[in-house]
Design a protein around this ligand. Structure first.
Ligand code: PMP
Length: 353
């Protein structure tokens, strides 16, 4: 039997969101924070055209995509590092600091890929419990040691949907040593409507130890193609580019991302519709008697404790796949109005059962 790294025995497997089908054939996937809309025709057309070039390797530097992103945000292209989904960029970031003894600090519960990626890259996870449902930034700053090389701040936080506000982020950043990289994971940035949440792209311009992670998987609806990007000062971005596997972002993904940026207005209208539904769903849940943290992402969080798996099970019977975290709670993606209505009916039935 070949010998493997000991860590592989303990690495938690990444559990992707599931699907569910009801007895009468209904199925709503509210478990992976995907866009409820299908791809735009203009994006499908661009990808279809590009399909005839799939015998060729993609541009390894994703030059056109990099330049398009740089132009959109008014940053130098050297500050942009595209990747095969932002989760791959997280892995690359960890590889840039992955020496024995290195530590990464992050809130918990947060995005499940953090512990997975940290373990795989040999970086020690330091998890700082949430305060209620939000980041406890003071405790996170206290958790920084001389071994800390990186901090992840998931804003809005997956799975609670909560945000870190401007003043607390500023106070936190002032406490982080300059040789520690703070990664602002803004996978859900486009859904934020709270004006008191700092855009990471303003912060990174003032702080060379701040990197911003964004994705095309959520608001841009390209989860199936795997494309995301990092924006950071040149030394950080170039370190991340060095850790990529060659040709990581495939040609169709590059083309689709560029086409999506060209159709951004239409995509952001869809985001507005999701934000509106988010408000409706939260209000309805509250009037059913649930406690629902304010969410700035495309999902809601219900703290269900020991009832979590029962709740997920009763949703599944109705064809609703939600994302349960056993013993803690469930995250439910905002879907189409029809899917949201089905979810609200299931939530109400569970409460009254
Ligand atoms: N960060 C956060 C907070 C996420 O929730 C996700 C997706 N679930 C990602 C990053 C990764 O997104 P992707 O790899 O699809 O870009």
């Amino acid at each position: 039997m070949p010998r493997f790294r000991a860590i592989l025995d303990t690495v938690p497997a990444y559990k992707a969101g599931k699907t569910a089908v009801s007895a009468d054939g209904r199925s709503y996937k509210l478990s992976s924070n995907e866009s409820p809309y299908g791809p735009l025709p203009s994006v499908v057309e661009a990808v279809s055209k590009a399909a005839s070039e799939m015998h060729l390797y993609p541009d390894p530097a994703a030059t056109e995509l990099t330049n398009t992103i740089a132009e959109k945000y008014g940053v130098p292209p050297e500050h942009v590092a595209p990747g095969a989904g932002s989760v791959t960029l997280l892995q690359q970031l960890l590889e840039t600091v992955g020496e024995p003894g290195a530590e990464v600090v992050y809130a918990w519960r947060s995005f499940e890929a953090y512990p997975l990626m940290a373990d795989l890259s040999g970086v020690t996870s330091v998890r700082v419990p949430l305060l209620g449902e939000t980041h406890h930034l003071e405790a996170m700053a206290d958790a920084i040691t001389p071994r800390t090389r990186m901090v992840f701040v998931c804003n809005p936080n997956n799975p609670t949907g909560t945000v870190v506000h401007a003043a607390e982020l500023e106070a936190f950043l002032n406490r982080v040593p300059e040789d520690v990289l703070v990664v602002l994971d803004e996978a859900y940035r486009e859904y934020v409507r709270d004006a008191d949440v700092t855009d990471g792209l303003t912060v990174y311009r003032e702080r060379p130890n701040v990197a911003v992670l964004r994705t095309f998987s959520k608001a841009y609806g390209l989860a199936g193609l795997r494309v995301g990007y990092l924006i950071a000062d040149e030394p950080v971005a170039s370190a991340v580019r060095k850790t990529t596997v060659p040709f990581a972002v495939n040609h169709l993904a590059q083309v689709a991302a560029i086409a999506s940026l060209a159709a951004e207005d239409e995509l952001l209208e869809r985001v507005d519709a999701v934000v509106k539904e988010r408000g409706r769903v939260r209000e309805a849940l509250i009037s059913q008697g649930w406690t629902v943290p304010v969410t700035e992402a495309n999902f809601v969080w219900l703290r269900l404790g020991e009832r979590t798996m029962d709740f997920a099970g009763s949703c599944a019977v109705q064809g609703l796949a939600v994302r349960p975290f056993a013993g803690e709670g469930a995250r439910i993606t905002i879907g189409t109005p029809e899917a949201n209505d089905a979810f609200l009916a299931a939530a109400e039935a569970f409460r009254n059962a």
